[in-house]
Ligand binder design. Structure first.
Ligand code: NDP
Length: 293
């Protein structure tokens, strides 16, 4: 491997390998059970970024041999209509995973909608019971981006035990569940956020630095300890005269002294979808009779 590719953590390649493993397991389970995992994806409204994410999720679900059901609902859909659809899918035995693409329009309360999903079909891992199970160290469906982040770190570093991980961002979908996963890997974890003082110093103390903020290139090169491994979760869309480009939360061009860093795009993003497929397969396996799962 050359110096440049070794410095960049290739999320695309690692995600492709994970998807290939999932596809072969789906095929084996189909031979045994005659069934395949089914993922229902619900999109409300037509936010352009959400449409792209949903299209990618649908395509990759089908490519791994699973069944994908797509529900595109109008921007005006009420919370009651959305919950009624989820309740129908909860009862549908051919559906093993249900995903509601966020953000939702203002008239719907995301928390109530997510918590209407049957906990065993909550493949995004956002249901309050899955969040509680993760926080207390019980087996659960784990949010996909944090799961993919930890996979990338273990692929690069092996054992994470004893390392100081700084997670910048404390959202329920990335920062908080990621900090729980890193604690479970025996890291010493610091979670920083918009009220943290001396953020550059906190970042400089990290062996593992994860940026999940949503501020383009907030993390500067001199905030990164030489030899640290940096995971840039941020996806920021910047428009300039050449069109829209994606930029992470880390000033990557200043991060040559990091041991390794994920690119944006092509780092965490592909892992997120691969982990969604992995969670769907896991939900399917759990739905089977104990002898087959
Ligand atoms: P949220 O907006 O929910 O959370 C952002 C977090 O960053 C908050 O905890 C906030 O602090 C903190 N923050 C904001 N400004 C600063 C600052 N100046 N200094 C320190 N902390 C700050 O975002 P998400 O967690 O949903 O997403 C974060 C980023 O990750 C986004 O760019 C998003 O697009 C991307 N993302 C990428 C995914 C992927 O697949 N690659 C998947 C999901 C998200 P506070 O809590 O105090 O407000």
């Amino acid at each position: 491997m050359d110096a440049v590719s070794d410095h960049h953590i290739d999320g695309k390649q690692i995600a492709a390998q994970l998807r290939a493993n999932i596809a072969s397991e789906v095929s084996e389970l189909k031979d045994v059970t005659g069934e395949v995992p089914g993922l229902a994806i619900i999109l409300v409204g037509d936010d352009p970024a959400s449409r792209v994410y949903v299209a990618n999720k649908h395509r990759q679900t089908v490519e791994t041999g699973m069944k994908s059901l797509e529900f595109r609902l109008s921007e005006q859909t009420t919370q009651a209509e959305l919950v009624a659809l989820i309740e129908r899918l909860n009862e549908d035995h051919s559906v093993h995973g249900i995903l509601v693409q966020l953000p939702l329009p203002a008239q719907t309360e995301a928390e109530a909608v997510i918590n209407a999903i049957a906990v065993e079909k909550d493949v995004d891992g956002f249901h309050v019971l899955n969040a509680g199970r993760l926080a207390t160290g019980l087996a659960s469906l784990v949010p996909c981006t944090p799961l993919g982040t930890v996979m990338l770190l273990k692929d690069r570093l092996g054992d994470l035990s004893g390392l100081h991980a700084v997670v910048v961002g404390r959202s329920n979908i990335v920062g908080k569940p990621l900090s729980q996963l890193l604690l479970a890997e025996n890291c010493t974890v610091t979670v920083a956020h918009s009220h943290s003082r001396n953020l550059p110093d906190i970042c400089r103390s990290a062996d593992i630095l994860v940026a999940a903020v949503g501020r383009p290139e907030l993390i500067r090169g001199d905030w990164i300890k030489p030899g640290a491994v940096v995971i840039d979760v941020g996806i920021n869309r910047l428009s300039d005269r050449d069109g829209v480009r994606l930029v992470g939360d880390v000033a990557t061009s200043e991060a040559g002294h990091a041991a390794a860093i994920t690119p944006v795009p092509g780092g965490v993003g592909p892992m997120t979808i691969a982990c969604l497929l992995s969670n769907t397969l896991q939900a399917f396996r759990r739905s089977l009779a104990p002898a087959a799962s």
